[in-house]
Design a protein around this ligand. Structure first.
Ligand code: VG1
Ligand code: CO
Length: 573
């Protein structure tokens, strides 16, 4: 029955509410200044999702979150949602949101984040919808949300709206909807306790720190274990304080930038070597710190560093966790059938899968493509080169989980990060990888670049095969093109097809170049150029110099300097 308190508000449709790689992301100003921009998108989500009754709502706490939460609760209540669970202060990490949707058996969740994009009045804001499996809405659903948003003329609203105070735990009513404000960390900590042997990590790594240095076993160096975790003023701070400091007993100094701030303290909360420079510099100047980890704004990304800021590429991190999955308690009683990685991610994990006679799936960029594989039990672990690692314990990538996985591996083996990585290379060979990001370039020129490259690599692909490019590391001769194309994916579970997911060049020696446009930016276009090459013998070269010749080929084929007007990328990882 329609409540007398519900009204129809006449609105104008927007044509720019197409969810990207991970939800709708725009400048804060767009949400603030365009009337009904948030309400329209929420109405579109609720209609596309079949009017869910029970939702989780929260986000990374960035600027505009409180206003958005008030608007969203109103539209939800008016649309007949019966129950919404909201974390205190609205702050919920993306992985914790996924965990909460799953453990409460909610119909879905609305997550307010623009992830690693800067926040504040001049930064970005974002909204994404996760389904009842806890994972990002699949393409079929995001396409439907977009279609509805383009013709929406009415959204539902409550006529009378009381002021709500959601800072503390408790129960509220809004129209016929109940709102429960909960402690966001409890549920996540409970899950981490099921996934890892936290006592063992505490005992082996942090015991020394809590018992004044006596009897502390740690890495092979024998000294007490030291760590720096850097949430970059994003959402992970309170989770890290609870789990790393209070539960594991790491010293207080192990946590830096641990306070969630609406503008991330002016930082760019993206855990890579460029933006997480504070952690990198700290690790360089304190080589006695064994382990460093940085997280992004919404807590789903991680960057792992070893002693002296030794950088673990996300592709290697995924492969090493895969190789040591027996050190993650969660898998003790589960059958592991396979792993997955996104297409641009280095094939390091494929080699582990092969050695263990497991399947390895290669998906388009974006976590939503792992959902079906996880739901069907086809994969246990997956990851992306963009600092995303996660497992089947939830349906999002999980930064803190990755840190705990590394701590668990170190606790079990007594080895340092560097030892683990180097041993991995010796066993499997090394996948050299790097990504060049050309951020916020002229969109029209980037489109032209992609079109011309597509003509070259798809329409004229036959002419490309066999072309050779010189290589100074003559270990395996020149680079010779074996295949070119645009990556296309058929989901093995529902057979849905996703096309144009990255222009690629594959070489006969296994090297690769991939070029694609980002789907998470909020202004202009960001070009991502990924190169990787493999060696069984040359294990300890600097990756930039090892990949130098391949990068030259990538520049030549794409004409990127001409189209972006830039010689050098904004970020190298
Ligand atoms: C980027 C990454 C992709 C990741 C996505 C969302 O997308 O490349 O791997 O899944 O961000 O991550 P794009 O389209 O800009 O390349 V997050 O931490 O923003 O939820
Ligand atoms: Co993120």
């Amino acid at each position: 029955m329609v409540s007398a308190n519900v009204i129809d508000v006449v609105t104008q449709p927007f044509d720019d509410q197409k969810p990207g790689t991970s939800g709708l992301r725009k400048r804060v100003k767009v949400f603030e200044e365009k009337p009904n921009y948030t309400e329209n998108f929420i109405q579109s989500i609720l209609e596309a999702a079949g009017q869910p009754k029970f939702l989780v709502l929260g986000g990374d706490g960035r600027y505009y979150s409180n206003e958005a939460i008030a608007k969203i609760l109103n539209v939800c209540a008016a649309n007949g949602v019966k129950r919404v669970v909201v974390p205190e202060r609205g702050i919920l990490s993306t992985p914790a949101a996924s965990a909460l949707i799953r453990s409460l058996k909610a119909d879905g969740g609305i997550i307010l984040t623009a992830s690693h994009n800067p926040g504040g009045p001049d930064g970005d804001f974002g909204i994404k919808y996760n389904a009842s499996n806890g994972g990002p809405a699949p393409e079929s659903l995001t396409n439907q949300i977009y279609a509805i948003s383009r013709s929406l003329t009415i959204y539902k609203s409550l006529f009378k709206r009381p002021q709500l105070h959601l800072e503390e735990k408790g129960q509220h009513e809004l129209g016929n909807m109940s709102i429960e404000v909960i402690d966001p960390i409890e549920n996540y900590l409970k899950l981490m306790n099921e996934v890892f042997d936290l006592d063992l990590i505490k005992e082996r790594l942090f015991h020394a720190a809590t018992s004044n240095g006596s009897n502390g076993h740690s890495t092979t160096s024998g000294k007490s274990f030291m760590m720096r975790a850097d949430p970059m003023n994003g959402v992970v701070g309170p989770y890290a304080r609870r789990i790393l400091i209070e539960v594991l007993g790491a010293p207080l100094a192990s946590l830096i930038n641990g306070e969630p701030l609406t503008d991330f303290g002016g930082k760019h909360p993206d855990p890579n070597l460029t933006y997480a420079s504070e952690l990198v510099e700290t690790m360089k100047s304190h080589p006695d710190i064994d382990f460093g980890v940085a997280f992004d704004g919404d807590g789903d990304r991680n960057m792992i560093l070893g002693e002296g800021a030794f950088f673990v590429t996300p592709g290697d991190s995924l492969a090493i966790i895969a190789d040591h999955l027996d050190k993650v308690k969660y898998f003790d009683d589960k059958q592991v059938k396979g792993f997955a990685r996104s297409f641009p991610t280095s094939p390091a994990v494929d080699r582990v899968a092969k050695a263990k006679q497991l399947d390895c799936y290669v998906t388009p960029t974006g976590w939503k493509f792992f959902g079906n594989l996880m739901d069907k039990g086809l994969i246990a672990l997956c990851g992306e080169e963009s600092f995303g690692t996660g497992s089947v314990h939830i349906r999002e990538k999980d930064g803190l989980w990755a840190a705990l996985a590394w701590l668990s591996i170190m606790a079990h083996t007594g080895k340092t990060v560097k030892q683990l990585v180097e041993e991995h290379w010796k066993k499997y060979g090394r996948d050299y990888f790097c990504r060049y990001d050309f951020e916020e370039c002229d969109s029209a020129k980037c489109e032209t670049m992609m079109r011309e490259l597509e003509e070259k690599l798809v329409d004229r692909s036959k002419l490309m095969v066999g072309k050779k490019f010189p290589r100074s590391q003559s270990e395996s001769g020149d680079y010779e093109i074996e295949e070119t194309g645009n990556f296309e994916y058929t989901d093995p579970v529902d057979q849905s097809v996703t096309t144009k997911q990255g222009l690629f060049v594959k070489f006969t020696n296994g090297a690769r170049i991939i070029v694609r446009l980002s789907g998470t930016g909020s202004s202009g276009s960001t070009v991502r150029l990924y190169v990787s090459d493999y060696s069984k013998e040359t294990l300890f070269e600097d990756s930039q110099s090892y990949l130098n010749d391949l990068l030259k080929v990538a520049y030549e084929l794409s004409n990127i300097t001409h189209f972006t007007g830039r010689e050098k990328p904004t970020v190298i990882t």
